[in-house]
Design a protein around this ligand. Structure first.
Ligand code: VG1
Ligand code: CO
Length: 543
C-alpha cells in the first residue's frame, strides 16, 4: 500500500451552504473535486492524525465511490478509526447519534438531503462536529478558506474496503469498523418512547403509512415500525434506498410526497401518514384528511412532548428558525420555558442544545428534532407523534383543532421561486432591502407595517453574530412575510417567500390556508415584486 501526496489546485466555489457543500453529481465526480474538499476539511479541523470519525450517506449515486475515497484519504491523513454504516449508508440523525455514542472527533455525511439524486442530479458532503451537529459557520468558513489555497492532498493506494461486511478491517494503520446502520439508532428511539404502548396501538388495528421515498429512512422505518412496533408489513412504502431515489424527489412535502397525500386525503385513508427526505432528517406528518404544517407540528409536539417517557421531565426551551411560524412561541410562553429564534439551518441550534437551553427545535422546512442528537430527525418526530397519538387516543384532526382552540392559529405557507437567474434574484432582494428603513408605519393591503429588517442573530451562548439571514416585514397583529435566498440549491438562485398570519380564535380557525394568507401574498408582491420582476405567474412549489 502506497501513501501518495497528489499535487492539486484550488477549485472555485467550494463554499458550504445552509447544510454542507452541494453540487451537481458530475461536478463532485470531477478531477480532484471531492479530494480537495475532504483534504480542506481535515486541514481546517487541525488534521486527522489519531482521530476517529463516523462516515455514511443517504445512498445516492456516487455515495459508495465517495466513501471509498474518503476512507483512503482518512487513512493517509493518519486517522485512527472510521465507523461506517454498512453499504456506506447512514441517515443524518443516525450519524449524529453515532458520533456522540462513540465520542468520535466528528463525522462526514454524504448527502444532498432533499435534492434529487443521480448522475445528473445532486450530491453533497457535510462535516459534523464532535457534538454530533453540523459544523458551525466558523468551521465551514475555515474549510472554504482552505479550499482556496490547497496545493496537495493525501491518499493511499489500496483495494476497496468491503463495506457490506460487518466487522473491522484495516487500511494501513486505520481501523474501518463497518456497523449495522440501524441498530444503535433504533435502541435510542426505544429509550425515548413508550414502545409497549405504541405496539398496543398497532395491535389494536391502528393503520399508518410511512413513505420513505426510496431514500435512506427505509431500513430504519421498517425495523422500528414494522419489526419492533408490529405495524403490518407494507406500512413502509418505497422502503429500499436507491441511487436515484427511484426517480422520486425525496422532499417530504405535499408537492413531492403526493402519493402519500392522495392516500391520506382519500376515502380509505389510514389514521396516520408520514414521509421523510433523502437523508432522513426531515419529516412530513399527515392525519386522515388533514395535513399538519411543520410549524404547527413543532408547536403540537412542544405542547405534548411530556407524554413520551424521554421528555416526561418537561422541556428546557424551544427553538425555531426565524422563518418558522411563531406557533411554538406561544406554547413556550404557556409552559413558562425559554424560546429562541435562530437563522435557518440546524447548525444554529447546536449551542442551545449543548448549553441545555433548548430541548426541542424546529424549522418550517419539515425539520424537527430534540437534544437526543444534534441534527433534525425525521423518524424521531414521527415516533413522538405516534407516542402522543397512543397516549391521547385522539385523532390527528382532534389534536390539531384543539391546539388551535387553545393557542390560536398561525396560518402559514412557503412559496418557492426556484432557479431564478442569480442577478434577478439579487435585484429583488436588494430592492426590498434598500427600502427597509422607510417601511415601518406604511400601510399595504390595509395592514400597517410594524417593523422591517434584515435578520441578524447573536448566539446567546458564544456571542457569534450571523447577519443577512432574511428580510422580515412584520405587520401589526402578528402577521408577517419573510424573504430569503436558499443556500442548498445547485442551480441559479431560489427565493423563498414565507407567509404567516395569526388568528387568535375562537372564530376563523378553519379557513383554507392560501385563502387566509391572500392579503399577505398580495402585500408581499406589492412590496417585493417577485412575480413582476421574474415574469413568473406563480411560485414553483407551495408548501
Ligand atoms: C433548506 C431549508 C432549511 C434546512 C436546510 C437543510 O435550506 O430551508 O430550513 O435547514 O434546507 O435541510 P435553504 O437554505 O435551501 O432554505 V436538509 O434536510 O437539506 O439537510
Ligand atoms: Co435532509
Amino acid at each position: 500500500m502506497q501513501l501518495l501526496t497528489i499535487p492539486t489546485q484550488p477549485i472555485e466555489g467550494q463554499k458550504p451552504g445552509t447544510s454542507g457543500l452541494r453540487k451537481k453529481t458530475r461536478v463532485f465526480m470531477g478531477h480532484h473535486y471531492l479530494e480537495n474538499f475532504i483534504q480542506a476539511t481535515f486541514d481546517a479541523i487541525g488534521g486527522a492524525e489519531g482521530k476517529s470519525f463516523v462516515l455514511g450517506g443517504d445512498g445516492r449515486y456516487f455515495n459508495d465511490r465517495a466513501a471509498q475515497v474518503i476512507l483512503r484519504m482518512a487513512a493517509a491523513n493518519g486517522a485512527r478509526k472510521v465507523i461506517v454504516g454498512q453499504g456506506a449508508l447512514l441517515s443524518t440523525p443516525a450519524a449524529s447519534h453515532l458520533i456522540r455514542l462513540n465520542r468520535t472527533d466528528g463525522g462526514i455525511i454524504l448527502s444532498a438531503s432533499h435534492n434529487p439524486g443521480g448522475l445528473d442530479e445532486d450530491f453533497g458532503v457535510k462535516f459534523n462536529m464532535p457534538n454530533g451537529g453540523p459544523a458551525p459557520e466558523a468551521v465551514t468558513e475555515a474549510i472554504f478558506a482552505r479550499t482556496k489555497v490547497i496545493d496537495s492532498y493525501r491518499i493511499v493506494e489500496t483495494m476497496d474496503v468491503d463495506l457490506m461486511k460487518i466487522g473491522t478491517q484495516v487500511i494501513g494503520n486505520m481501523e474501518v469498523c463497518v456497523i449495522d446502520p440501524v441498530a444503535d439508532y433504533a435502541s435510542l428511539m426505544e429509550s425515548l418512547f413508550d414502545f409497549p404502548k405504541m405496539r398496543a396501538l398497532f395491535a389494536g388495528g391502528f393503520r399508518m403509512r410511512f413513505d420513505a421515498m426510496c431514500a435512506v429512512t427505509g431500513p430504519y422505518a421498517t425495523e422500528i415500525l414494522e419489526n419492533r412496533l408490529g405495524a403490518p408489513k407494507g406500512t413502509v412504502t418505497h422502503g429500499t434506498p436507491l441511487p436515484d431515489f427511484g426517480g422520486m424527489h425525496p422532499d417530504p412535502n405535499p408537492t413531492w410526497a403526493h402519493e402519500l397525500m392522495e392516500e391520506m386525503m382519500g376515502p380509505d385513508a389510514p389514521e396516520f401518514g408520514a414521509a421523510s427526505d433523502g437523508d432522513g432528517d426531515r419529516n412530513m406528518v399527515v392525519g386522515r384528511g388533514i395535513y399538519v404544517s411543520p410549524s404547527d407540528s413543532l408547536a403540537v409536539l412542544a405542547a405534548n412532548a411530556h407524554l413520551a417517557p424521554g421528555y416526561r421531565a418537561g422541556l428546557k426551551g424551544v427553538a425555531r428558525s426565524m422563518p418558522t411560524s411563531a406557533a411554538a412561541d406561544r406554547v413556550a410562553d404557556a409552559l413558562g420555558i425559554g424560546r429562541y429564534e435562530t437563522p435557518t439551518g440546524w447548525k444554529f441550534f447546536g449551542n442551545l442544545l449543548d448549553a441545555g437551553r433548548a430541548t426541542l427545535c424546529g424549522e418550517e422546512s419539515f425539520g424537527t428534532g430534540s437534544d437526543h442528537v444534534r441534527e433534525k430527525d425525521g423518524l424521531w418526530a414521527v415516533l413522538l407523534w405516534l407516542n402522543v397519538l397512543a397516549e391521547r387516543a385522539e385523532t390527528v384532526h382532534e389534536i390539531l383543532h384543539q391546539h388551535w382552540q387553545s393557542f390560536g392559529r398561525n396560518y402559514y405557507s412557503r412559496h418557492d421561486y426556484e432557479a431564478l437567474p442569480v442577478a434577478q434574484a439579487d435585484a429583488i432582494m436588494n430592492g426590498l432591502r434598500g427600502r427597509l428603513a422607510d417601511l415601518p408605519g406604511q400601510t399595504v393591503e390595509g395592514m400597517r407595517i410594524a417593523s422591517a429588517d434584515d435578520f441578524a442573530y447573536e448566539d446567546p451562548v458564544d456571542g457569534s453574530v450571523s447577519s443577512g439571514q432574511g428580510i422580515r416585514i412584520a405587520f401589526e397583529g402578528g402577521s408577517r412575510f419573510v424573504l430569503r435566498l436558499s443556500g442548498t440549491g445547485t442551480e441559479g438562485a431560489t427565493i423563498r417567500l414565507y407567509l404567516e398570519r395569526f388568528i387568535p380564535g375562537p372564530e376563523g380557525l378553519e379557513d383554507e390556508v392560501q385563502k387566509a394568507l391572500a392579503p399577505m401574498i398580495r402585500a408581499a408582491e406589492a412590496l417585493a415584486g417577485i412575480r413582476a420582476a421574474s415574469g413568473r405567474a406563480a411560485p414553483d412549489v407551495v408548501t
